[in-house]
Design a binder for this molecule. Structure first.
Ligand code: EPZ
Length: 422
C-alpha cells in the first residue's frame, strides 16, 4: 500500500488543473445502459472509482473503452445485458447502485447487491427504493440483493423524496426517462452533478425540465439515442485545491474552476480571510492578509456547504485564530479525520454531529492514517502547513477521487512524494 510523504513548506505558487467530476462521471457512465447507441464522455477523470464502474458495466454486458489516456470514455450497450450487479464489485463502491434505475428502465428487471456500509455511514437505500417503487417497480431484498422488476414497464408518477438524496435522484431520473407518461420528482437533489446528468440525458433525447431546482419534470420517451457529453468540472477537487494556498500561503490558480460550483464554500473562505478571484482560466486563491479566522460550518445538500469539503475545511480551521464549530448534517460518522489531525497537534472535540476546533499556532508532522477519501486529502492539506514530515498511509482511499495528488501539489511548490510500500 502506498503512502504519501509531505513536508511543511512555504507559500505555494502556480496553477492546478481541475479534472472532470468523479461524482458526475459515476452517474453518467450507467446512462449508457439506457441506449443501444454509443455514449461518449469527454473530460473524464482518471480515477480508480472510474475503473471500478468500468468493471461493473462490463460485467453487465456494456463496453467501456478509455481513450486519450483515460480522459475520454467510449461506452456502448447494444448486446445481451446481464441484469445482476454482483456484490464483489458493488461492495467496493456504493455508486454501483446507480445501475439500478437504468437496468429497470431498459430491461424491466434488475438484481443489484446492497452496497453495505462504509467508513462514513450505513448508507441505506430506502430513498432509492421508495422512488423507484413510485414508478411501478416491485423491489424485494433477498440474500443482500435488491430484486427489482417492473412488470409491463415503468409508469410516470409524481414522487416526493423524504430527503434530497443525490443517488436516489439519479436513479429516479434514469428510470423515468423511459417510463410511460410524465413524472415529477419533488425535493430532488440540486447538485451540479444532477444538472450534468440531465444535460447528458437531454443530449440522448430525454425530455426533462427543472434540473438544479427541487422539482424536476420528466416526459417519458420510447427510446434514447447516443450522444457525446463533457463531464462537468469536479467542484470537490476544486474546493480541495483552493484550500492549499489558504492553508500554507502563496497564490494558486485552479484551472477550470467556477465560483458557481462552490458558492457557499467561497462564502466561508471569504469569512475565514481567503480571497477568491474568478479569472478567464479559473479561480485564483490567496490569503487576504496573512491571517485565517475561525468560522462555523454546517454541511447541507447543495447549494449549502458540501459535506465532501468538510474534512478539508477542518484542516484549515485547525490553525485559525479562534474556535470554529463544524456541524455534519449529511453523514452520521464523518469526523474520522479529527483523531488523525489531533495526532498532529490539533485541538478538536467531537460530540455526535459536531466538531469544535480550537485553533493552534502550528500543527506538527506525524504518521497518520487515511480512513476515507476526503479524510485522506485533509491530512495531506494539514501536512502542507505542519512543521516537519507527515506520512499519510493507505492512500488507496485518495486515488479513488484524486488524480495524482502529489504531482498536482508538487507543481505549485509543495514538498510531497508518493512512497511505494510493499
Ligand atoms: C453522493 O453520495 C456522493 N457520491 C457523495 O460523495 C456525497 O457525499 C453525497 O452524494 C452527498 O452529497 C457520489 O455521487 C458517487 P445521498 P450518495 O444519497 O448519493 C442518506 C465522495 O466523497 N440516505 O445524497 O450516496 C445517506 O446515508 C462521496 O465523493 C438514506 O438514508 O448520497 C446519507 O446520510 C462520499 N437513504 C445522506 O442520505 C437512501 O436511500 C446523503 O446521501 C439514500 C441516502
Amino acid at each position: 500500500m502506498d503512502s504519501i510523504v509531505v513536508r511543511g513548506n512555504g507559500p505555494l505558487k502556480g496553477q492546478i488543473p481541475i479534472a472532470g467530476a468523479k461524482n458526475a462521471c459515476l452517474a453518467l457512465m450507467p446512462a449508457t445502459l439506457l441506449s443501444e447507441e454509443p455514449l461518449t464522455l469527454t473530460n473524464a477523470p482518471r480515477l480508480s472509482d472510474i475503473r471500478t464502474m468500468t468493471q461493473l458495466l462490463a460485467s453487465l454486458g456494456a463496453e467501456v473503452t478509455a481513450l486519450q489516456d483515460g480522459k475520454v470514455l467510449a461506452t456502448s450497450c447494444h448486446g445481451e445485458i446481464n441484469p445482476v450487479a454482483d456484490y464483489d464489485i458493488v461492495r467496493k463502491m456504493r455508486a454501483s447502485n446507480l445501475v439500478l434505475g437504468p437496468l429497470l428502465a431498459r430491461l424491466g428487471h434488475a438484481v443489484v447487491s446492497l452496497p453495505g456500509g462504509c467508513a462514513i455511514g450505513a448508507r441505506p437505500m430506502d430513498i432509492h427504493i421508495d422512488a423507484l417503487t413510485a414508478l411501478g417497480a416491485e423491489i424485494e431484498l433477498k440474500d443482500g440483493y435488491l430484486h427489482a422488476q417492473a412488470k409491463g414497464g415503468l409508469k410516470g408518477a409524481v414522487h416526493e423524496m423524504r430527503f434530497a438524496s443525490v443517488g436516489a435522484t439519479e436513479n429516479f431520473l434514469m428510470a423515468a426517462v423511459l417510463a410511460k407518461g410524465t413524472s415529477v420528482l419533488k425535493n430532488a437533489a440540486r447538485e451540479p452533478e444532477i444538472v450534468d446528468l440531465v444535460q447528458c440525458l437531454r443530449a440522448m433525447g430525454a425530455q426533462i425540465e427543472g434540473e438544479g431546482t427541487s422539482d424536476i419534470v420528466i416526459e417519458g420517451v420510447d427510446r434514447l439515442h447516443g450522444a457525446t457529453h463533457p463531464v462537468v468540472t469536479d467542484r470537490i477537487e476544486l474546493g480541495t485545491y483552493m484550500l492549499a494556498p489558504a492553508i500554507c500561503g502563496g497564490e494558486v490558480e485552479c484551472l477550470g474552476g467556477k465560483i458557481a460550483l462552490v458558492e457557499s464554500f467561497c462564502e466561508k473562505l471569504d469569512a475565514a480571510g481567503v480571497a477568491v478571484e474568478e479569472t478567464e482560466r479559473g479561480l485564483k486563491v490567496k490569503r487576504k492578509n496573512g491571517r485565517i479566522n475561525a468560522v462555523d460550518v454546517v454541511t447541507e445538500p447543495f447549494p449549502g456547504f458540501p459535506t465532501d469539503l468538510q474534512a478539508q475545511m477542518m484542516a484549515l480551521l485547525c490553525t485559525a485564530e479562534g474556535t470554529s464549530v463544524l456541524e455534519e448534517r449529511i453523514f452520521e460518522n464523518r469526523f474520522m479525520h479529527a483523531p488523525e489531525l489531533m495526532r498532529m497537534g490539533a485541538k478538536i472535540e467531537v460530540q455526535g454531529g459536531h466538531a469544535t476546533v480550537h485553533g493552534v499556532e502550528r500543527l506538527k508532522g506525524a504518521p497518520v492514517m487515511a480512513t476515507d477519501l476526503r479524510a485522506s486529502v485533509s491530512l495531506i492539506l494539514a501536512g502542507l502547513a505542519a512543521e516537519g514530515e507527515t506520512v499519510v498511509r493507505r492512500v488507496y482511499h485518495l486515488d479513488r477521487g484524486y488524480e495524482r495528488v502529489e504531482d498536482k501539489l508538487r507543481a505549485v511548490g509543495a514538498h510531497i512524494e508518493r512512497v511505494r510500500e510493499e
